[in-house]
Design a protein around this ligand. Structure first.
Ligand SMILES: *Cc1c(COP(=O)(O)O)cnc(C)c1O
Length: 412
């Protein structure tokens, strides 16, 4: 019997042609446009097959060996394998693989060590902070007292003097390291030192760089942080989800904070798919992928700078490039719309200290497709031509189709 009978018999096409058409169209969209959205990637066929497997039906509230539901023997084994692989991959004493998203991992991490009203220091929302850094629209802003540290207006780098000053002034219960758009490595040793000085927990949200750390292409926060919240679907290339890493001393608090405090039964198909992705991420091929992803971002940033974009921090250490199109005569939002019409799919992000919006690009997905330096040169030229007005979006769209045809994300 096949692992994914539903997909292979194409039952959906017969039963529900309307939805089947949408799924086909989405695969076509992903294959024929350029996925430069920094948070996205192409999970492997093995990961997708696991998501579509019978484990999706299984209820398994609790943890391996201690479940509320019956029939969990195989679900237990799948979760134990996911936990062991995550611990080995990141060199952590404990892993919880149940969080449904990155944000739910962060919610559980906060719940493990904070009480409502506690003070937290995190990168400010206008400088690349995530919603979970105290946005009034998010649980974090309602339940905790956040202070934002900032980026230096000259260098675009985290202002360490200000971090230390704010930590001394506010005596936060936790300090958070992480960003949706910061293209440089955080100095984890520095943050550990400040956290120790004021008696704060250090929480690292390892989201965009998770696959880079797993593949040895970025420094690991695990030796420094009390809690590391990981996104499994960005550069790590697994199913959409979260993961929490910690030392043995916080293991029980983290597990209780995930279930039963913030979640019910975990998605066991996703837990198994995380195990598959962690297995992939432990291979030499994945290490090469992580290196290439960073090399591609570096190359792309260089070509974009040559073409006239202002590159935040002057470059990148990671998979992220933040490019301000203002020198080419267009604001970020308008540029994003024009680029979308050309099949170049990406996001905008806040530009520190200006109030403007820049383009946020990531190389995780295009690198999975096998693109290298020549493709980065073409992508940068397309971006510059479309934003600068040298090429209309329809003409660029044809070029994007031609480029992507050479790099199918799911070759037959
Ligand atoms: C992606 C990300 C998250 C989590 O996002 P989800 O959509 O909930 O998975 C949290 N913080 C940062 C800094 C991120 O980049």
């Amino acid at each position: 019997m096949s692992v994914t009978p539903v997909l292979e018999a194409d039952t959906l096409s017969r039963q529900d042609p309307e939805l089947a058409e949408i799924l086909r169209g989405e695969l076509d969209r992903q294959s024929t446009t350029l996925q430069l959205t920094a948070a996205e990637n192409f999970a492997s066929p093995a990961v997708l097959a696991t998501l579509g497997s019978a484990l999706a039906n299984k209820y398994a509230e609790g943890y391996p060996g201690s479940r509320y539901h019956g029939g969990c023997a195989l679900a237990d084994t799948a979760e134990r394998i996911a936990v062991e692989r995550a611990e080995a991959l990141f060199g952590a004493e404990h892993a919880n693989v149940q969080p449904t998203t990155g944000s739910s991992a962060i919610l559980a991490a906060y719940a493990a060590v904070l009480r409502p009203g506690d003070s937290v220091l995190a990168l400010g929302l206008d400088d690349g902070g995530h919603l979970t850094h105290g946005s009034p629209a998010n649980f974090s802003g309602r339940w905790f007292d956040f202070t934002g540290y900032r980026l230096d207006p000259e260098t675009g780098r985290v202002d360490h003097d200000e971090v230390r000053r704010l930590a001394r002034e506010h005596r936060p219960k936790a300090i958070v390291c992480g960003s949706t758009a910061y293209p440089r490595h955080f100095d984890y040793a520095f943050f550990r030192e400040v956290a120790d000085e004021v008696g704060a927990y250090l929480i690292v949200t390892l989201t965009h760089s998770a696959g880079l750390v797993a593949g040895g292409a970025a420094p690991s926060p695990v030796p420094y942080a009390d809690l590391v919240c990981v996104s499994t679907h960005k550069t790590l290339r697994g199913p959409r989800g979260g993961l929490i890493l910690c030392g043995a001393g916080l293991a029980r608090r983290v597990d209780r904070a995930v279930f039963p405090f913030t979640q019910g039964g975990a998605e066991m198909n996703s837990v198994a798919a995380k195990a598959v992705a962690f297995g992939e991420a432990a291979t030499p091929a994945f290490a090469a992928y992580a290196q290439q992803t960073v090399a591609n971002a570096h190359t792309l940033a260089g070509y974009l700078a040559e073409a006239g974009f202002t590159i935040a921090t002057g470059g990148t250490d990671t998979a992220l490039v933040v490019a301000d199109p203002t020198p080419l005569g267009m604001d970020g939002r308008t540029a994003r719309g024009r680029l979308a019409a050309a099949g170049l799919v990406l996001d905008c992000c806040a530009l520190a200290h200006t109030g403007g919006r820049a383009l946020r690009l990531g190389t995780a997905a295009v690198t999975t497709q096998g693109m290298g330096e020549p493709a980065m040169a073409r992508i940068a030229a397309l971006l510059a031509d479309v934003v600068g007005g040298a090429q209309d979006p329809a003409a660029a769209r044809a070029e994007v189709r031609e480029l992507t045809a050479g790099f199918p994300p799911y070759p037959d």
